[in-house]
Design a protein around this ligand. Structure first.
Ligand code: ADP
Ligand code: MG
Length: 322
């Protein structure tokens, strides 16, 4: 059986570009450029909780990094470095090779150096820390939304949750439909380029990992504002549109996690500039509502129909401890 050191050498040692010293010493040395702030985030994927134990290791490798890249996107940061801490039940070479391939393919795509980590035996657990750079004072934050801002989202809402609902038997999809939305669940595409393009344009930003209403609620809370979104404007994929009258579809669109799109607010006068960003990146950017003043005793996020009448939202998204 290979030693821990063999495993690290074989699967987790790759040339690094933004790094003085990578894997192999007691710590790594990253080269942060002058005038930049270091942007740091971490996300853990726990077997049995965030994924099934028999999940495809290549997709897991992708997703473990993708969810972290999405946090860099939400901050408007350029991702540069990652560390990877793994607890593994056994040293399974096939699993490690596939996991590492999925992880490293996405790392190379976004020019991220894997600069360290930890490898230990234990119940399957994947913890990635990501570090990036943003020009000092220019990162996107949750607390920047202002009254009167437009609310925007990238891509389509709820496909990942729709896939999960179909896999859990809560809604029936045709096999072709399931294949399409499953990709969104297993192979999320973090909106890294969009985040950076929104620096200086967006006021408040977040990535949608827990559901649109819940995550927009975080912007409102941090910014001390309220939001109104119009259900009919919330963008839906072709698959989603075919199932719009199913309760699981609306729940997925408003409260389904795992989409890893960005939700952001911006002044009305930069609409045209934001639309040009969407065209340049070939990514749909949709205006779904408005930021208003916070009111005591009122919900932070109100969903309205096409006539402006408030709708009840069944679930406020996903909360691990609820
Ligand atoms: P230490 O005993 O100092 O904790 P380790 O033996 O755990 O060092 O790790 C040796 C080197 O391998 C370190 O540079 C560490 O960052 C790196 N490393 C360990 N596990 C991983 C991993 N899963 N992915 C990337 N680098 C790793
Ligand atoms: Mg160690």
């Amino acid at each position: 059986m290979p030693s821990e050191f063999d495993l690290i050498a074989r699967y987790f040692t790759h040339p690094a570009r933004h790094t003085v010293l990578g894997v192999g010493d007691d710590a790594a040395l990253a080269r942060v450029r002058r005038g930049m702030e270091l942007v740091v985030s971490t996300d853990m994927l726990v077997g049995g909780r965030h994924f099934f134990h028999d999940a495809d290791p290549r997709l897991l490798g992708h997703k473990a990094l993708a969810v972290n890249l999405s946090d860099m996107a939400a901050m408007g940061a350029a991702p540069r470095w990652a560390t990877l801490s793994l607890a593994l039940p056994q040293a399974d070479a096939r699993w490690l090779r596939a996991f590492s391939a999925g992880f490293m393919r996405l790392a190379r795509l976004h020019d991220v150096d894997l600069i360290g980590g930890d490898t230990t035996r234990g119940p399957l657990n994947i913890c990635v820390q990501i570090m990036g750079e943003a020009p000092a004072g220019r990162a996107l934050r949750r607390d920047g939304a202002r009254v009167g801002d437009d609310i925007w989202v990238s891509g389509n809402m709820g496909d990942a949750a729709l896939a999960l609902a179909a896999l859990g038997g809560r809604i029936r999809l045709a096999p072709r439909e399931l294949a399409q939305v499953r990709r969104r669940l297993h192979v999320p595409a973090p909106r890294v380029a969009l985040g950076q393009a929104l620096r200086g344009l967006a006021h408040g930003a977040i990535d949608i990992s827990d559901g649109l209403v819940a995550d927009l609620g975080h912007i409102c809370e941090r910014s001390q504002v309220a939001a109104t979104i119009e259900l009919s404007r919330v963008p839906a994929s072709a698959v989603m549109r075919r199932h719009l009258d199913h309760p699981a579809a609306t729940a997925a669109r408003l409260a389904g996690g795992d989409d890893y799109e960005l939700c952001f607010t911006a002044a009305a006068r930069v609409r045209a500039r934001i639309e040009r960003v969407g065209m340049r990146l070939d990514l749909a950017l949709t205006r779904i509502g408005r930021i208003g003043a916070a009111q005591q005793g009122r919900a932070r996020v109100t969903v309205v129909d096409a006539h402006g009448r408030p709708l009840r939202v069944a679930s406020q998204g996903f909360d691990h401890f609820r």
